[in-house]
Ligand binder design. Structure first.
Ligand SMILES: Nc1nc2c(ncn2[C@@H]2O[C@H](COP(=O)(O)OP(=O)(O)OP(=O)(O)O)[C@@H](O)[C@H]2O)c(=O)[nH]1
Ligand SMILES: [Mg+2]
Length: 334
């Protein structure tokens, strides 16, 4: 953009989009400037060197939003449901953030483009912030970037953050475990129920949403899930996953989904589980960051002489690999 064109933009528009001034960006995001929110999430997504500074600036706002995860196979209706949930939450006066993440792809692909289209209803609503994320560039992948992106949205005053992830694999389970409440979406006749058990989804689902309830086989799918839930062992006071039907494309059943989320939220608070989950997530986050740092340091040792020297001594039988590893760790600590 030319210097001249910059003058017609609102004050600071271009500078915010490119800024590396973390206090300024956080201040702007706090004031609800969507460009500052976008910039911060981009920095987070790229695993920028500013990440520690951003995390430090956002730390005071941790835990202020209710984080709701939506996961399920491609095309099951996650984005349509998210779009409708945003509508319901806005009607209740919430500020809502949406993160659409695709752990399987390092790029922002076609599915995400579809998300944009299906969530277009809220494009001009200043009370809604929608963002797609890929794992591009980030060392720890989306599992590491997503909690920071959630913090950006919390900092921007979102009191509910919806996180949509594609699929039912390990990466999705990781991302889903970032949520206070996890919704697993299924559709009739997709063989999803069986797949779900295989992928360990049963353990992470707080609410099952059987979407596309306008299709044949919905009763059988609901029965399958209820059967699976009945088989699960649950102590007294433990949460029993809810099963809700919806036709997201027609906005049907959305209030039931919202009610199930509220009910789960109430249970989390009542049983001290909300804080326990927040602490478990923080522990996982610290561990991931520490391991990432260690790995990076070991990488740099490999480039340097320390590891090479140890390796030579082990290879010639002067040192055993365990002692060498201890020595390497001692060097890392220094
Ligand atoms: N018949 C029917 N179609 C639906 C329903 N909900 C969504 N769809 C349609 O299913 C298709 C996929 O919906 P999406 O919301 O994009 O699904 P998704 O799970 O976000 O898909 P990915 O992000 O690609 O994994 C769209 O054509 C929707 O219009 C429903 O309740 N009934
Ligand atoms: Mg989608």
């Amino acid at each position: 953009m030319s210097e001249a064109a910059e003058h017609v933009l609102p004050a600071g528009a271009t500078s915010v989009r490119r800024s590396r001034d973390v206090p300024l960006l956080v201040e702007r995001a706090r004031a609800g400037d969507p460009r500052a929110v976008a910039r911060l999430i981009t920095l987070v997504e790229n695993g920028d060197a500013l990440l520690p500074a951003i995390a430090a600036a956002l730390a005071p706002y941790a835990g202020q939003a209710q984080v709701v995860g939506l996961t399920g196979s491609p095309g099951v209706g996650k984005s349509t449901t998210t779009n409708e949930l945003v509508r319901a939450l806005r009607a209740q006066g919430h500020r809502v953030g949406v993160l659409a993440v695709d752990p399987s792809s390092p790029f922002t692909g076609g599915a995400i483009l579809g998300d944009r289209v299906r969530m277009q209803d809220h494009a001009t609503d200043p009370g809604v912030y929608i963002r797609s994320m890929s794992s591009r560039g980030h060392l720890g992948g989306l599992a590491a970037a997503t909690p920071q992106a959630v913090r950006v949205l919390e900092g921007a005053g979102c009191d509910v953050v919806l996180v949509e992830t594609v699929g039912v694999g390990q990466a999705e389970v990781e991302v889903a475990s970032l949520a206070d409440t996890t919704l697993v979406l299924l559709a009739p006749g997709m063989g999803d129920a069986i797949q779900a058990v295989k992928a360990g989804i049963l353990e992470i689902a707080d609410v099952f949403v059987v979407n596309k309830a306008d299709r044949d086989g919905v009763d059988a799918t609901v029965r399958d899930i209820q059967g699976m839930i009945a088989l699960g062992e649950r102590g007294p006071g433990q949460w029993r996953p809810q099963v809700v039907r919806s036709v997201a494309a027609r906005g049907e059943g959305i209030d039931d989904i919202a009610a199930a989320i509220d009910k789960h939220r109430g249970w989390l608070v009542e049983h001290g589980e909300l804080r326990r989950r927040q602490e478990a997530r923080a522990a996982a986050e610290i561990e991931a960051i520490a391991l990432g740092t260690l790995r990076a340091r070991i990488g740099s040792l490999r480039d340097g002489t320390e590891l090479a020297t140890l390796a030579t001594r082990v290879a010639e039988g002067a040192l055993d690999p365990y002692t060498a590893a201890d020595e390497l760790l001692a060097q890392l600590a220094r």
